[in-house]
Write a protein that binds this ligand. Structure first.
Ligand code: FAD
Ligand code: GLY
Length: 420
């Protein structure tokens, strides 16, 4: 459907990053009439800057909820990638060969060894001593052992968003240049607590829908605040370098296993590029510029780990704002006081990983199905306090490199059969 005044949908998704597009794709293939409203072009937010790792075991740190969420989503990635690729006719760059974390000194090695003993059976990870390292680590220097997570991988987020946008546009309505500027709400109706969002205003005209999904990345803070609910989505700037490694790093590239170590991570891409990430800069606010200090720190740490990178060709830097939350967990579910507005927000360091499961959960909520994951710990209402409350991140998350940086009034969503 082309944009036009007074358009009406079953669901309107605000934001065309990986989360909004994945939700739109899932809903459209369930038969819902769905629009994704993107203020610029698909993937112009954090999704464009991401390294694309699917690392449930390492990125969850010690949080069991985040781990379970990540693992379930990780396991959905192979069919999700296949379906997008089939619908779009282009690739996502999905590879599932694991993730490695290397130790570069003895205390670190002891910590990783201990972690393997503690969590080995549960998280499918194992400790490899220095004399048993895999060939893809041959050119790494000073490695005292590696923790290898079997369940891990990566995708190319730019290729994935491109494919998702094409896949969604084949059956849904993708509006670009459609910034949501304002909301029109109304009383919730007889017997309902709270209010109901009736329509949003965009430069293309008003869009009405039965359900709205907030998938605007870091803008979800401002969008929800306009409804008087103020979700605590905090921008956490990240910078990543892209280089063309020299030919003698072929072994690492062929391995296709992302490696964390020495305060950075290295992600080999199928197209031969290598990404070096990432900073964690909550103090930068909404600034997205690449800075010399970050670039030199990342480059120096990567070269200490893999000296051959000194000869890598510079390709560029990419930066983005991770949508952080105070407990690092996403905000998933109906907005307090607005049961027909679903938050798909706050995916912080794991939005690429969590896209397939988020899409299933949100599509289920829109259709009135029982969630397939206990959403209590992810309830968008868990932090909502008075407007203007100050929220901040609790400090670098466990996956971040060193030296870098009860839904009140949530009425049950009615069961819904999408029109075919
Ligand atoms: P975004 O991608 O930011 O998309 C939001 C979209 O909403 C944007 O396109 C924006 O233009 C649009 N929008 C905003 N306001 C409006 C409005 N009013 N009207 C209409 N549209 C609007 N995650 C992983 O899983 N693995 C990784 O390896 C990884 N690495 C990362 C590395 C870096 C450096 C960074 C910055 C992030 C990384 N992430 C990673 C995190 C991941 O990128 C994010 O969690 C994810 O991209 C969030 O997706 P999103 O769709 O919610 O937000
Ligand atoms: N998940 C990697 C990052 O956010 O930098």
């Amino acid at each position: 459907m082309t944009p036009g005044a007074g358009s009406a949908f079953d669901v309107a998704v605000i934001g065309g990053g990986i989360i909004g597009l994945a939700v739109g794709f899932e809903l459209a293939r369930e038969g819902a009439r769905v629009a994704v409203l993107e203020r610029e072009r698909p993937g112009t937010g954090a999704s464009r800057a991401a390294a694309g790792m699917l690392a449930p075991g390492h990125e969850a740190g010690t949080d069991p909820v985040l781990y379970e969420l990540g693992l379930r989503s990780y396991r959905l990635w192979p069919p999700f990638a296949r379906d997008i690729e089939a619908a779009a006719g282009t690739l996502t760059g999905y590879v599932g060969r694991g993730i490695a974390v290397v130790a570069t000194d003895e205390p670190e090695a002891a910590g990783l060894r201990e972690r393997a003993e503690r969590e080995g059976a549960v998280r499918r990870l194992r400790w490899l001593p220095p004399d048993a390292l895999p060939p893809y680590l041959d050119r790494f220097q000073g490695v005292r052992g590696a923790l290898v997570f079997e369940e891990g991988g990566h995708v190319d987020p730019v290729a994935t968003v491109r494919a998702l946008a094409a896949a969604f546009a084949a059956s849904g309505s993708l509006w670009t240049g459609a910034e949501v500027l304002d909301f029109r709400d109304e009383p919730g109706g007889p017997g309902a607590s709270g209010r109901r969002l009736a329509a949003v205003r965009t430069p293309w005209g008003e869009v009405r829908a039965g359900t709205f999904v907030l998938a605007g990345g870091v803008s979800n803070a401002a969008l929800s605040a306009r409804l008087g609910v103020a979700l605590p989505v905090i921008p956490v700037k990240g910078q990543v370098l892209a280089v063309q490694p020299p030919p003698d790093l072929r072994g690492f590239l062929d391995g296709q296993v992302p490696v964390f170590g020495n305060g950075v991570y290295l992600v080999p891409r199928l197209d031969g590029r290598l990404l070096v990430g990432a900073t964690e800069e909550p103090e930068a606010g909404y600034d997205r510029s690449a800075t010399l200090g970050a670039i030199t720190r990342l480059a120096a740490a990567a070269q200490r780990l893999v000296p051959a990178l000194e000869r890598a060709r510079w390709l560029g830097a990419q930066t983005g704002l991770r949508p952080g939350t105070p407990d690092r967990r996403p905000l998933l579910g109906p907005l307090p006081r607005y049961p027909n507005v679903i938050a798909a927000a706050g995916h912080y360091r794991n939005g690429i990983l969590l896209a397939p499961l988020t899409a299933r959960i949100v599509a289920g909520l829109c259709a009135g199905r029982e969630p397939e994951f206990d959403l209590g710990p992810l309830d968008p209402g868990r932090f909502v306090t008075a407007p203007g409350s100050d929220h901040s991140m609790p400090g670098p998350c466990p996956g971040a490199g060193k030296g870098t940086a009860g839904s009140e009034g949530a009425d049950t969503v009615r069961k819904h059969q999408w029109r075919s």
